[in-house]
Design a binder for this molecule. Structure first.
Ligand SMILES: [Zn+2]
Ligand SMILES: [Zn+2]
Length: 350
C-alpha cells in the first residue's frame, strides 16, 4: 500500500484515461494541422488568370490551394436511372439490408444494417468559372481519393419485406427478423458549386489539373465554399481537444484520489504512533499499572482475554482492552460503543 499507492482498478482507469487522452489529443492535432494548412492555402476561383498566377510563382504547380468552380462534365454525363432529367459526374448506388437482431443481453430487438451492393460510377469532369464569363477550366483528377465524396441524395426507397406466419415463427427461433431493403442513389450533379482543396498543376499541354497533393496532405472535394468545410474541421478539432482534456482531467482525478488516500493513511499512522508514545510516557511518569495477580479475572481485556484492561479510550471513556489489542484495532473506533477514539490514556488504580 505504501510502496504502490494505486489499486489495480485505479491503475486500469489511469492507464485507459491517459491512453484515450493521448489518442484524442493526436486526433485534435491532426485536424488542427489540416485547418492551419487550409487557412494558409491560397483561395482561388476558376478564371482565365489561373495560368498567369501559376506562371508568376515560377513553377508549374501550387502545392495546396482551395479552388471554387462549377461542375461540368468533360465527357457524356451520367444519367440517374430513377430521374431521367438528372445528370451528374459521380454516382453512388447503395443497396442496404435492414434487419432486427435479438439482443439477449438487452432482451430487445436492435436494428442492424448491411451493405449488399455498392457501385460508384464517375466520368471525367472539370470546374468552370462560377460567374460563367471566364473560359478557363480545371480538370478534377482522382475524385475518389478525396476524404469524402461530395454527393447529394437524389433517390431513396425502402422496400419492406412481407412475412407469413411461418416466417414469423422462424424469426423468433433464429433471433433475426428481416425488415427490408433501402435503395439510395447519390450524385454529384452537373452545375453544382464545388470547392476542391489539393494540388493545382499546369500540364505541358497548358491544361490545369486539381489532383491529390503529392506530399500526403488531405484532398478535399466539398459542395459549397471552403469556409463551410473549414468550420466543420474546426468544430471536429475542438471536439477532440475537449475530449482529450476531459480524459486528462479523469487521470488527474484518479491520481489525486490515490494521493488523498495515501495522505489519510500516513496521517492515521502518525496519530497511532503519537498515541503510543503518549501512552508510554504516561506509563513511565505515573504509578505502576495494575498488578495482574491482584485483579479479578473479569477485568481481563475483552479482545485477548489474557492481559488486563489498561486503556481508557477517550472521549467515550470505556475501559475494555489492553494496549496491544488497542493498537491492533482495525479502525479507530471503540469496541464497545463504536465511538471514534481521539486519544488513549493508561488506567491506574491507586
Ligand atoms: Zn488484549
Ligand atoms: Zn466506548
Amino acid at each position: 500500500m505504501d510502496a504502490w499507492p494505486l489499486t489495480p482498478g485505479e491503475l486500469v482507469c489511469l492507464g485507459s484515461s491517459l491512453a484515450f487522452s493521448g489518442l484524442f489529443y493526436y486526433l485534435h492535432r491532426k485536424k488542427a494541422k489540416v485547418v492551419a494548412k487550409i487557412q494558409e492555402a491560397p483561395k482561388l476561383q476558376v478564371s482565365d488568370d489561373l495560368c498567369v498566377i501559376l506562371s508568376a510563382t515560377g513553377s508549374s504547380c501550387l502545392r495546396y490551394v482551395a479552388i471554387e468552380g462549377v461542375v461540368q462534365p468533360a465527357e457524356a454525363p451520367l444519367t440517374s436511372p430513377y430521374h431521367k432529367e438528372l445528370q451528374g459526374v459521380i454516382e453512388r448506388l447503395v443497396l442496404k439490408e435492414h434487419r432486427l437482431i435479438w439482443n439477449t443481453l438487452a432482451r430487445s430487438w436492435t436494428d442492424s444494417e448491411r451493405v449488399v451492393l455498392e457501385q460508384v460510377h464517375t466520368v471525367p469532369f472539370v470546374l468552370t468559372s462560377p460567374s460563367g464569363h471566364a473560359v478557363g477550366q480545371v480538370s478534377v483528377d482522382s475524385p475518389l481519393d478525396a476524404v469524402e465524396l461530395p454527393l447529394e441524395t437524389v433517390y431513396e426507397r425502402f422496400q419492406q419485406t412481407s412475412h407469413g406466419f411461418r416466417d414469423l415463427l422462424s424469426h423468433y427461433l433464429s433471433g433475426e427478423k428481416p425488415k427490408g431493403f433501402l435503395e439510395t442513389e447519390e450524385m454529384l450533379l452537373v452545375g453544382s458549386s464545388l470547392t476542391g482543396i489539393g494540388e493545382l498543376a499546369l500540364r505541358p499541354d497548358g491544361s490545369l489539373h486539381l489532383q491529390p497533393p503529392t506530399d500526403g496532405s488531405a484532398y478535399f472535394l466539398c459542395l459549397g465554399d471552403w469556409q463551410t468545410l473549414l468550420a466543420d474541421l474546426q468544430s471536429a478539432s475542438s471536439f477532440w481537444k475537449w475530449a482529450a482534456l476531459l480524459c486528462g482531467l479523469a487521470s488527474a482525478a484518479v491520481v489525486l484520489h490515490a494521493l488523498c488516500r495515501a495522505y489519510q493513511h500516513r496521517k492515521l499512522k502518525r496519530e497511532q504512533e503519537a498515541q503510543r508514545r503518549e501512552y508510554e510516557s504516561l506509563l513511565r511518569h505515573n504509578l505502576s499499572p495494575l498488578d495482574p495477580a491482584e485483579e479479578p479475572p473479569e477485568n481481563s481485556c475483552i479482545i485477548c482475554l489474557t492481559n488486563l484492561r489498561e486503556c481508557v479510550l477517550l472521549p467515550c471513556g470505556h475501559v475494555c482492552c489492553c494496549f496491544r489489542c488497542f493498537q491492533a484495532l482495525p479502525n479507530r473506533s471503540c469496541p464497545i460503543c463504536r465511538g471514534h477514539i481521539d486519544r488513549v490514556v493508561p488506567l491506574y488504580q491507586a
